[in-house]
Design a protein around this ligand. Structure first.
Ligand code: NAD
Length: 482
């Protein structure tokens, strides 16, 4: 059983009042470990420690930061099997998926370490500005913002923590991390990699506990210069309303569209959708939730998709043949089942799946979905796809853009003009041609439009957003050449 404390100022400490809680398996309710439950005092203590850590870290040369981060990456590689076990235990995803996630940790840290060593500036052609001559030199200097608060969700407890920590630290910032309440043990195991790699005390602080209690303290504090949040749109909106004057990155919810046009390769499209709609039990912000199929091919498409979805083995995360594990909690599984039922009651057709046993839901296909109904418009975050039809490419794009969200989109077509039209007109932070949106290379810019958020992650983009640009002008005196 894992036992976690808070990491504050380089020490593993109890919460104020020594409060603790169990972390449980979503599959069978067994206790996976215990963690400290931080309160408001602990949040303030963590920010104090981060400020002290930043004073050291901002004066640490980039090559030393790079060396420490690459050591942390090697430790994350070594510990990947153990981290995968922790992810599957506390999150409920299959060990197979957890291994894939944990296996990316070292690479994310290395990519960020490299980008953190590339904080270039620009030289300014000041003499192009009338009234300014060669007696001045201007340039920009990229510097860390200071203390970054990182708040992460449950669904990818390693990946989404590292997409914040690694760039923040690589760029010279200090961090206070608040991982999801359901999945704190993964975050603590990753933090240990950084501590064991020689990160100075206070540069990384981790506090575990209820976001609703400690979140406001972390977000409001004026000494915090950046909040990097991944989670629901509702909490993101709350954070935006109280953060005050500081940098904000918000990676929020979605209801991701996939367009399948009448010239698409149906076999390729259905293979990709049978992954993209169900990986992580659909609990992915870039899940393929709404499938918008050209009406001419709708019947063939459904015939091809159904057996592929029926073949997905769900259940015990640690069983050898399990591809997809559980939802994060019974309440979430009940919510997804209720959404499927409501869609069917209002005229949609359940083609397969939807049976719920505890936190496990059989992968579902719901056809004849009204594209403007809540089942399509709202984020489902569960293992089901909603199928609607479109008359032509213009109608398909109109439906794709019809929700409040805009994170990822997929388009299946073999027509180049339709691809280009979709790329230009879909309102979405990422567009994939001939794959669903459930695909991510860790180095690419990643973030949503509209209610899916503001800002971009991916090491290079995140570092840009976790640094400030200082403009420097050196004033000399004019000289004359003899
Ligand atoms: P959530 O919003 O409930 O929680 C996310 C984090 O915010 C947790 O650490 C939680 O403790 C904390 N939190 C809760 N209340 C807070 C408050 N008042 N102030 C500060 N922090 C608070 O989200 P979740 O259920 O963990 O994750 C699912 C959501 O995350 C989905 O909507 C999903 O789409 C979204 N998500 C988005 C992306 C992306 O890249 N856009 C990636 C993964 C997940």
């Amino acid at each position: 059983m894992e036992s976690g404390s808070l990491l504050i100022g380089g020490a593993w400490v109890d919460a104020h009042g020594a409060n603790r809680e169990n972390v449980t398996s979503p599959f069978d309710g067994s206790t996976v470990g215990t963690v400290a439950v931080a309160g408001v005092d602990d949040a303030t203590r963590a920010i104090d420690a981060a400020l002290a850590g930043f004073e050291k870290w901002k004066r640490t040369p980039a090559h030393e930061r790079f060396a420490i981060l690459t050591r942390a990456a090697a430790l994350a590689d070594d510990r990947a099997p153990e981290i995968a076990r922790i992810i599957a235990s506390e999150n409920g995803k299959s060990l197979l998926e957890a291994q894939g996630e944990a296996g990316r940790s070292g690479d994310i840290i290395r990519l960020a370490a490299f980008e953190g060593s590339q904080l270039y500036g620009d030289s300014l052609p000041l003499d192009a500005n009338r009234g300014t001559g060669f007696d001045k030199i201007g340039f920009t200097l990229r510097q860390p913002v200071g203390v970054v608060v990182a708040i992460s969700p449950f669904n990818y407890p390693a990946l989404l923590v590292l997409h914040k920590l690694a760039p923040a630290l690589a760029a010279g910032n200090a961090v206070v991390l608040k991982p999801a309440r359901a999945t704190p043990l993964t975050a603590l195991a990753l933090a240990k990699c950084f501590q064991d790699a020689g990160l100075p005390d206070g540069v990384l602080n981790v506090i575990t506990g209820p976001g609703g209690v400690i979140g406001d303290t972390l977000v409001r504090d004026r000494r915090v210069r950046k909040v990097s949040f991944t989670g629901s749109t509702a909490v993101g909106e709350h954070i935006a309303s109280i953060a005050g004057i500081k940098k904000l990155s918000l990676e929020l919810g979605a209801s991701g569209p996939v367009i399948v046009l009448d010239d698409a390769d149906i076999d390729a499209a259905t293979t990709s959708i049978a992954l993209g709609g169900y990986i992580n039990a659909g609990q992915v912000c870039i899940s393929a939730q709404r499938i918008i199929v050209h009406e001419k091919i709708a019947a063939d498409f459904l015939d091809a998709l159904t057996p592929k979805v029926k073949a997905i083995r769900v259940g015990d995360p640690f069983a050898d043949d399990t591809k997809v594990g559980t939802l994060i909690s019974r309440a979430e599984a009940d919510r997804v089942t209720a959404s499927i039922r409501a869609a069917v009651e209002s005229g949609a057709k359940l083609v397969t799946g939807g049976e719920q046993e505890g936190t496990v839901i059989q992968p579902a296909i719901v056809a004849n979905v009204d594209p403007y109904s809540p089942f399509a418009q709202d984020e489902l975050f569960g293992p089901a796809v909603a199928i609607s039809t479109a008359r032509d490419v213009a109608h398909a794009i109109e439906l794709a853009n019809s929700t409040a969200y805009g994170l990822g989109a997929g388009v299946f077509t073999n027509n180049m003009s339709n691809s280009i039209r979709a790329i230009r007109e879909i309102e979405s932070g990422v567009v994939h041609i001939n794959w669903t949106q459930l695909w991510r290379a860790d180095l690419m810019p990643y973030g949503g439009f509209k209610s899916s958020g503001i800002g971009k992650e991916g090491p290079r983009s995140a570092i840009e957003e976790m640094t400030e640009v200082k403009t420097v002008i050196m004033h000399g005196t004019p000289w004359t050449t003899p």
